[in-house]
Design a protein around this ligand. Structure first.
Ligand code: ZN
Length: 485
């Protein structure tokens, strides 16, 4: 045999050994069942929950932006909650922050235990009537769904929480661990006057929380990730957020005698370059953990790929970048151009042209690194400035330890057969403010929804499935029972 022949036989042998190694590792992975106890889910009336959610949706608590809008509905919403949930309000100390954000504190009997804290936001995004098949604030109940703005984001969650807590207080009385409910009024515009100030207030009082649960994280079909069955994603952290303004300044003038290169050309080139040169994908620690948790439940060949993600990383990340925008956004910092500005007249070449890029920063990177990268790509003729202070990615909450284990147990008990997994939340929530008073901050919305319903959030015909919200209420009741009694 020629030396070349021997070489190729060796290469083929190594390749076969490598594949065998991957397959054996995959076959050795076993599914560990989650601990759970037999229990009777809280008796929560679907009909009543649906009617109450409908009432909540009818109160148009649209976020007040730059003084535009009305705070009146927030006060009506507080009155509605107080009337509807007497057990909670009877047991709770109520504090208003900035007039419209609400803290309800229910004292536990053991002062040595740090409190549990449940978040929700009262505000909703606007809902112009066009495109809606129902009144956006009509709260109509049709075929088991409550329709209306905020029914999913996030009054469904808020009402499920209130229903669950009301019931458990009625059945079991005073908890051992104190419970805080913190409902901000401006989450949709970063929570600067609501959640942020709630946290400042609690921090000033020296309050620390044992754990926090907010929206984000969801129950969904695992098919997208090759998982057989439903997955319950628990957000342990959240990507950073910042908007940058790119500005080009050049000579302007009359459009009848254009110069070679205007500020419009420069800004267009910058937009093109940045759109075509994304930041490198990489595994953040929490996304590695997501896949490590889900891999045993995947079908072939996903299982082989994800079990061996440490050796097949680049290939996998490339695949995730291509599959769809969501899987792309979990492995990298993303850039989305949202606003462009040239001159105000069709025949005027502008002196300055601007583009706004909305940036979501992957866990492990910082605003500083991202800005440096953008500046390098767009070059010196473009200035890059922050439109707002932005947020770096949050710390990552632990996925070991008693509280996380109890959250998993509660999921396993209420959502039998579903697969809980930690993951980095790719959007933004009020929860990011709470790291100042807590290091176990989780995001989990226990209301199951299909892709169709997910797509209605912040869009037309938003609706919440009443049966799913009822199960969500049972989850909150069980989690509170498991951690506070
Ligand atoms: Zn929300």
């Amino acid at each position: 045999m020629t030396p070349a022949g021997i070489f190729w036989i060796c290469v083929a042998g190594l390749f076969v050994a490598f594949i065998l190694f991957l397959v054996i590792r995959t076959l050795l992975v076993r599914v560990k069942p989650l601990p759970k106890e037999e229990f009777t889910p809280e008796d929560i009336s679907e009909k009543q929950l649906g009617e109450r959610l409908s009432e909540a949706v009818k109160i148009p608590t649209v976020t007040v932006l730059d003084g535009k809008g009305s705070y009146e509905p927030f006060l009506l919403f507080h009155a509605f909650l107080e009337k509807t949930y007497p057990n909670i309000f009877k047991s709770a100390e109520k504090t208003l922050i900035n007039g419209y954000s609400l803290i309800l504190k229910i004292d536990g009997s053991d002062k040595n235990l740090l409190p549990a804290c449940f978040l929700s936001h009262q505000d909703v995004v606007p809902a112009p009537k066009e495109g809606w098949e129902t009144e956006p604030f009509g709260g109509e109940i049709i075929d088991g769904f409550v329709y209306g703005r905020g029914s999913l984001d996030m009054k469904g969650h808020l009402i499920a929480l209130m229903e669950g807590l009301e019931k458990i207080l009625e059945r079991k009385g005073k908890p051992v661990r104190s419970i805080y409910l913190c409902f901000g009024h401006d989450e949709e515009i970063t929570g600067k006057d609501g959640a942020r100030m709630i946290v400042e207030h609690l921090y000033a009082q020296g309050v620390r929380m044992e754990y926090v649960v907010d929206e984000g994280g969801a129950i969904m079909d695992g098919g997208l990730l090759g998982v057989n069955g439903k997955i319950a994603l628990i957000g342990t952290c959240e990507k950073g957020y910042v908007d940058y303004v790119l500005t080009a300044t050049k000579d302007g003038g009359h459009a009848s005698s254009p110069k070679k290169r205007s500020s419009v050309d420069a800004i267009a080139e910058a937009v093109y370059d940045l759109s075509h040169l994304p930041m490198k994908s990489y595994w953040s620690k929490p996304i590695k953990e997501t896949f490590r948790t889900l891999a045993p439940f995947m079908k072939f060949p996903y299982k082989l790929l994800f079990v061996n993600s440490d050796v097949l990383g680049p290939l996998l990340r490339w695949l995730l970048s291509k599959v769809n925008p969501v899987t792309n956004s979990i492995v990298r910092t993303t850039f989305a151009f949202t606003q462009l500005q040239g001159s105000s007249a069709p025949n005027v070449i502008p002196v300055t042209s601007k583009a706004v890029v909305n940036v979501r920063i992957n866990i492990g990177q910082t605003q500083k690194e991202v800005k440096e990268y953008i500046q390098k790509v767009v070059g010196k003729e473009i200035t890059v400035t922050e439109l707002n202070p932005g947020f770096d990615p949050t710390p990552v909450s632990e996925t070991k330890g008693e509280i996380y284990e109890i959250i998993l147990k509660s999921v396993a008990e209420v959502f039998d057969g579903y697969i809980p997994a930690p993951y980095p939340f790719i959007a933004a929530s009020d929860a990011k403010h709470y790291y100042k008073i807590c290091d176990k901050v989780y995001r989990f919305g226990p209301i199951e929804m299909g892709v169709d319903d997910q797509n209605r959030i912040h869009a037309d015909n938003e609706r919440c499935n009443i049966a799913s919200a009822t199960r969500g209420a049972q989850f909150f009741a069980r989690l509170i029972e498991n951690t506070c009694y």
